[in-house]
Write a protein of this length. Sequence first.
Length: 393
Amino acid sequence: MAHAATTPAQPKGATGVLVLADGTVIWGKGFGATGYAVGEVCFNTSMTGYQEVMTDPSYAAQIVTFTFPHIGNVGANFEDIESKVEGAVGCIVREEITPSSNFRSTQEFSDWMAAQGKIGLSGVDTRALTRRIRQSGAPNAMIMHEPNGGFDIPELLKRAQEWAGLEGMDLAQRVSREAQEDWGGGYWRLGHGYGRADWNGKPHVVAIDYGAKDNIFRNLVKAGAKVTVVPAKTSLEDILALKPDGVFLSNGPGDPAATGKYAVPVIKALLDMDMPLFGICLGHQMLAIAAGAKTAKMHQGHRGANHPVQRVGESWGETRDLVEITSMNHGFAVDADTLPEGVEQTHVSLFDGSNCGVSITGKKAFGVQYHPEASPGPQDSFYLFEKFVGMLG
């Protein structure tokens, strides 16, 4: 890695490049889609699940560095897509994409990336890049794949430096669905695929889509709910017109304070009328804001499938201090020091002590920072869906 003043010469055969906003230029081999994209460079420590990562709307405007060196082993298929809207704009890997070797694979990962319009860069020292992010924070960058090897580095640097970054950015509107949808998909089973939801006599959950992963809705169905999904900017009146028994606040990308400008007033009103609420990730953060707390941009964020989270507080009984293995993807977090009276911290990260869960005293309202639907435990956190649906009567 080098500063722009001493930009390394383009290696022979280099068809891809990453240009950081500080002038660092990293060469490699491009794969997937051709062209360029701008985003914040983060890292993810998962060994698999890369297709789910790349289609998670929470990764909108981000370039994911995979720390696991062999990406592509399980190929790609049509069942492991988390959303049809924008996810990560690109990814960075150590080795060239591994040929698929999995009975569920229907497409090579590099071909799938190309079809999805996502840019890949291989041959990068991902350990060094990850170490840089850990030390200096997640940088803004341009990623580009050009098979003929033609790159305008000064122009790419200019664009990386001009990009405003994620702080203060509302991305939820960009990735939210445009219309209300009655969720009909059931849970996946090997050999059967996705079943169909049974709505008869089930409590009704209205899920607000700030950039939701589809597997969240499947888990709500599995826990026993009927689910209606609505766009991010749905009004309080329109939500109440659906006669919900509870409201779910989804994950999503961007700055919770920015999205909260229109989302938090709705959440506050729902809290005031004692509507049961459950938030995940961005939804958790905005629930905390609605209850009087603040959020902050993290230095490097949490992204991976093996993050230990401990249960804390007085409400757990015999399961207090139990540790859940969780999946995470967030660059913002609730500032635990700002939690007001009446908001209990229920979970903390054992990596850095940051907040991973809250519960509102006297309300049927709680949220977690991690992704229980991703099943890394694999079932450590499914109880959260059962807890929420169990509140609905």
